[in-house]
Structure formats: structure tokens, C-alpha cells
Design a protein around this ligand. Structure first.
Ligand code: PGA
Length: 256
């Protein structure tokens, strides 16, 4: 089944307003028509979302946020709701990143509430799933537990609005990504799980890999049949590196 390839750039707490403007002004002409072949989602910090939305207007690049607060209601000082993200121009929202889990105590139950809030506001969730450092050698229990809980209450139509990132905790912010074999097994596991639970829906869902991706490591990862694209942080803040990753993703698709 044809799945449109996907690239996700999560800028974390980097990229203020002038850096965001300069990135987008350089990246759009660099990436040119490739942005129609590959869905590219840029996730700036909250403070740069508005300027990014203005600069991205009319381009095929898509805007995403890194998190949301599920409410209900408005009385959560300092937090950002799904409807505020939709209002500023986000189409996507990342949910379940390991840094949220590890440093903010986010549970699968909370991620599930965020999924519901995102869908209710018309946002598309980008769900990050991956085993913990401790489960590196036997990841599948972690993956099954996360998927089971974060997708609880969702139906197949809703799953079709999502994208998934297979991102093991131990592969984030290190020198090298996980091995091709490890990545393929993880992505295939997620796809099969979705197929089993939601009547074959996994075959049409984008599942990408994240964790220490670079322009150099990208082509090898992309030879794996269940990898539909890549997510990156460090290499996603430089227009030339991100362009190289997008190019690798587009070329891999031509080869398969
Ligand atoms: P990295 O980060 O690309 O810098 O390894 C990945 C992530 O945290 O999602």
C-alpha cells in the first residue's frame, strides 16, 4: 500500500523568532517541490508557532506542536490547549515523547487523554512510542502496553488521522541511531499491532523512526520496508541537514 513519506522536525526548546524566520526562509526554496512528495512537519517551541504559521502560509510544509494540555476547561495556568494550537495554525501535535514521560512523569493514561483532546480539536496526533532504556533488549512488552493504553477508546477512522514515531528512549540524543534491524522490527511490530487491533488499518498508517537520525545515517535506515520516514531534532534545526534528510526519504521511496 502506498504511504506518503513523512519527515518530522522537533525543535524542542531551540529556535527563537529570528531563527525560525531564517530557517523557513532558507528551507522553503531549498526543499522546493520535494515538499509535495514528502509530508514535512515542523514543530517549533510554542513561542515561535505564530511566526512559523505566518511564514509557512501558502507552502506545503505543515506545522505541529510538541505537546498540549488536555484540560478540560481553561484553568491550567501556563499550559496550552488543543484548541489554542489549532487556532495558531497547527495541524499536528506530538504526544508521548520520552522526555515528557521521563522528566514530567507523563503516563500512558495522560497521553491517552491528550490524544482525545487533540482529536476533538481537529488536530492530528503524532504518537511517539518506543521502549525504555531498561527494555532495550526486549522492547515489545513496552510497545504493546503503550499502544494499548494511549489508543484506548479510539476507532479505526481516528487512527487514520494519526502518524506514529518509533523512538526508543536509549536512541535519543546519542551518537548513532538504533540498528536497521532493530528499527525494522519495532516499526513492523507497531504496524502489525495496529492491523490486528483496528482491522488492517496499520497498512495505511505512516510509521517513521526517530532517535539520532542524521543525513549520513538516513539512507541506511530507509532501506527498511516498514520505515515511512524519519524524525529528527538536532539535525532538524539546520535547513541544509533537514533538506538532506528529506531528500534521502524521497529517494528511498523512488527505489522501493
Ligand atoms: P535527536 O532527538 O534527533 O537529537 O536524537 C530525537 C528526539 O528527541 O526526538
Amino acid at each position: 500500500m502506498e504511504r506518503k513519506p513523512l519527515v518530522l522536525a522537533n525543535w524542542k526548546m531551540a529556535m527563537g523568532i529570528s531563527e525560525t524566520i531564517s530557517f523557513i526562509e532558507r528551507f522553503i526554496p531549498l526543499v522546493g517541490k520535494l515538499a509535495e512528495e514528502v509530508d514535512i512537519i515542523i514543530c517549533p517551541p510554542y513561542t515561535s508557532l505564530y511566526v512559523a504559521a505566518c511564514k509557512l502560509k501558502g507552502s506545503p510544509l505543515q506545522l505541529g506542536a510538541q505537546n498540549l494540555h488536555p484540560g478540560p476547561g481553561l484553568a491550567f495556568t501556563g499550559e496550552i490547549s488543543a484548541s489554542l494550537l489549532a487556532d495558531v495554525g497547527c495541524r499536528w501535535v506530538m504526544l508521548g515523547h520520552w522526555e515528557r514521560r521521563r522528566y514530567f512523569g507523563e503516563t500512558d493514561e495522560l497521553v491517552n487523554r491528550k490524544v482525545r483532546a487533540a482529536l476533538d480539536a481537529g488536530l492530528h496526533p503524532v504518537l511517539l512510542v518506543g521502549e525504555s532504556r531498561e527494555a532495550r533488549e526486549s522492547p515489545y512488552d513496552d510497545l504493546a502496553r503503550q499502544l494499548e493504553c494511549i489508543l484506548s477508546g479510539c476507532n479505526a477512522q481516528e487512527i487514520k488521522q494519526m502518524a506514529f514515531v518509533y523512538e526508543p528512549e536509549w536512541a535519543i540524543g546519542v551518537e548513532k541511531p538504533a540498528s536497521g534491524v532493530h528499527i525494522q522490527k519495532g516499526c513492523a511490530y507497531i504496524r502489525e499491532w495496529l492491523n490486528r487491533r483496528f482491522g488492517g488499518v496499520g497498512n495505511s498508517i505512516r510509521i517513521i523512526y526517530g532517535g539520532s537520525v542524521s543525513p549520513e545515517s538516513a539512507p541506511n535506515i530507509l532501506t527498511q520496508p516498514d520505515v515511512d520516514g524519519l524524525g529528527t531534532t538536532r539535525k532538524g534545526r539546520d535547513p541544509f541537514s533537514l533538506f538532506s534528510i528529506v531528500k534521502a526519504v524521497a529517494e528511498a521511496r523512488v527505489l522501493t
